[in-house]
Design a protein around this ligand. Structure first.
Ligand code: ZN
Length: 127
Protein backbone atom coordinates (compact mmCIF):
# COMPACT_ATOMS: atom_id res chain seq x y z
CA UNK A 1 0.00 0.00 0.00
CA UNK A 2 1.37 3.39 -0.93
CA UNK A 3 1.76 5.78 1.94
CA UNK A 4 -0.13 9.04 1.62
CA UNK A 5 1.96 12.16 1.95
CA UNK A 6 -0.13 14.41 4.19
CA UNK A 7 2.25 17.34 4.36
CA UNK A 8 0.74 20.58 3.16
CA UNK A 9 -2.79 19.24 3.50
CA UNK A 10 -5.41 20.64 5.83
CA UNK A 11 -6.95 18.37 8.43
CA UNK A 12 -10.12 17.94 6.37
CA UNK A 13 -8.08 17.16 3.26
CA UNK A 14 -6.13 14.56 5.18
CA UNK A 15 -9.27 12.94 6.56
CA UNK A 16 -10.88 12.97 3.13
CA UNK A 17 -7.79 11.52 1.46
CA UNK A 18 -7.72 8.76 4.06
CA UNK A 19 -11.42 8.07 3.49
CA UNK A 20 -12.29 8.65 7.15
CA UNK A 21 -13.89 12.08 7.05
CA UNK A 22 -17.41 10.76 7.74
CA UNK A 23 -16.11 8.50 10.47
CA UNK A 24 -14.28 11.46 11.99
CA UNK A 25 -17.38 13.66 11.92
CA UNK A 26 -19.34 10.87 13.59
CA UNK A 27 -16.69 10.56 16.29
CA UNK A 28 -16.92 14.31 16.89
CA UNK A 29 -20.73 14.10 17.11
CA UNK A 30 -20.45 11.26 19.61
CA UNK A 31 -17.76 13.16 21.52
CA UNK A 32 -15.69 10.02 21.39
CA UNK A 33 -12.36 11.54 22.26
CA UNK A 34 -10.48 8.28 22.04
CA UNK A 35 -11.75 7.65 18.50
CA UNK A 36 -11.08 11.24 17.43
CA UNK A 37 -7.49 10.98 18.66
CA UNK A 38 -7.08 7.63 16.92
CA UNK A 39 -8.35 9.00 13.59
CA UNK A 40 -6.18 12.11 13.92
CA UNK A 41 -3.21 9.85 14.53
CA UNK A 42 -4.07 7.90 11.39
CA UNK A 43 -3.60 11.04 9.28
CA UNK A 44 -0.36 11.95 11.03
CA UNK A 45 -1.27 15.23 12.71
CA UNK A 46 1.38 16.50 15.09
CA UNK A 47 -0.70 16.86 18.20
CA UNK A 48 -3.84 14.68 18.10
CA UNK A 49 -4.65 15.23 21.78
CA UNK A 50 -4.36 18.99 21.45
CA UNK A 51 -6.58 19.03 18.37
CA UNK A 52 -9.11 16.75 20.06
CA UNK A 53 -9.16 19.16 22.99
CA UNK A 54 -9.78 22.14 20.73
CA UNK A 55 -12.57 20.28 18.89
CA UNK A 56 -14.22 18.68 21.91
CA UNK A 57 -13.42 21.20 24.59
CA UNK A 58 -10.94 20.93 27.40
CA UNK A 59 -10.60 17.52 28.92
CA UNK A 60 -8.78 16.04 31.78
CA UNK A 61 -5.40 14.92 30.63
CA UNK A 62 -3.34 12.33 32.40
CA UNK A 63 -0.31 13.92 34.07
CA UNK A 64 1.77 10.85 33.30
CA UNK A 65 0.82 9.51 29.87
CA UNK A 66 -0.67 12.72 28.43
CA UNK A 67 -3.76 10.95 27.16
CA UNK A 68 -7.27 12.18 27.78
CA UNK A 69 -9.16 10.88 30.79
CA UNK A 70 -12.67 9.69 30.02
CA UNK A 71 -15.29 9.85 32.73
CA UNK A 72 -16.45 6.31 32.07
CA UNK A 73 -13.06 4.97 31.16
CA UNK A 74 -10.21 3.88 33.34
CA UNK A 75 -10.18 4.80 37.02
CA UNK A 76 -8.71 8.25 37.46
CA UNK A 77 -7.45 10.50 40.22
CA UNK A 78 -7.44 14.18 41.04
CA UNK A 79 -4.31 14.81 43.05
CA UNK A 80 -4.01 18.03 45.02
CA UNK A 81 -0.56 19.41 45.62
CA UNK A 82 0.20 22.07 48.15
CA UNK A 83 3.00 23.34 50.32
CA UNK A 84 3.03 20.99 53.31
CA UNK A 85 4.32 23.77 55.54
CA UNK A 86 2.09 26.51 54.19
CA UNK A 87 1.01 28.89 56.93
CA UNK A 88 -2.39 29.15 55.23
CA UNK A 89 -3.48 26.04 57.10
CA UNK A 90 -7.13 26.09 56.14
CA UNK A 91 -6.77 26.44 52.41
CA UNK A 92 -3.23 26.53 51.14
CA UNK A 93 -2.84 27.27 47.42
CA UNK A 94 -3.31 23.96 45.66
CA UNK A 95 -2.46 22.60 42.26
CA UNK A 96 -4.66 19.79 41.04
CA UNK A 97 -3.27 17.23 38.67
CA UNK A 98 -5.26 14.49 36.99
CA UNK A 99 -4.08 11.02 36.20
CA UNK A 100 -5.24 7.58 35.28
CA UNK A 101 -5.03 5.50 38.41
CA UNK A 102 -2.85 2.85 36.81
CA UNK A 103 -0.45 5.48 35.42
CA UNK A 104 -0.20 7.12 38.84
CA UNK A 105 0.22 3.78 40.56
CA UNK A 106 3.11 2.90 38.28
CA UNK A 107 4.83 6.27 38.46
CA UNK A 108 4.16 7.21 42.08
CA UNK A 109 5.40 4.04 43.63
CA UNK A 110 7.18 5.06 46.79
CA UNK A 111 9.98 3.37 48.67
CA UNK A 112 7.68 2.21 51.42
CA UNK A 113 4.24 3.48 50.48
CA UNK A 114 1.85 2.86 47.63
CA UNK A 115 -1.38 4.38 46.36
CA UNK A 116 -4.22 2.60 48.09
CA UNK A 117 -6.65 1.53 45.41
CA UNK A 118 -9.04 -0.03 47.91
CA UNK A 119 -9.25 3.28 49.78
CA UNK A 120 -9.59 5.43 46.67
CA UNK A 121 -12.09 3.16 44.91
CA UNK A 122 -13.84 1.36 47.76
CA UNK A 123 -16.38 -0.34 45.49
CA UNK A 124 -13.72 -2.25 43.59
CA UNK A 125 -13.32 -5.75 44.98
CA UNK A 126 -9.80 -6.87 45.78
CA UNK A 127 -8.14 -8.77 43.00
ZN1 ZN B 1 -2.41 7.94 31.95
Amino acid sequence: MEKTNYSGMTLNERLFAAGILDEFDAAIDEKSRERVVELLGAVEVDNPHGIANSLLGPAYECWFCGEGIEQNGRQALAIGLSDLWSDQCDEPPTQIIYAHFDCAQKRMEGSSMALEQDVLFPSVPDT
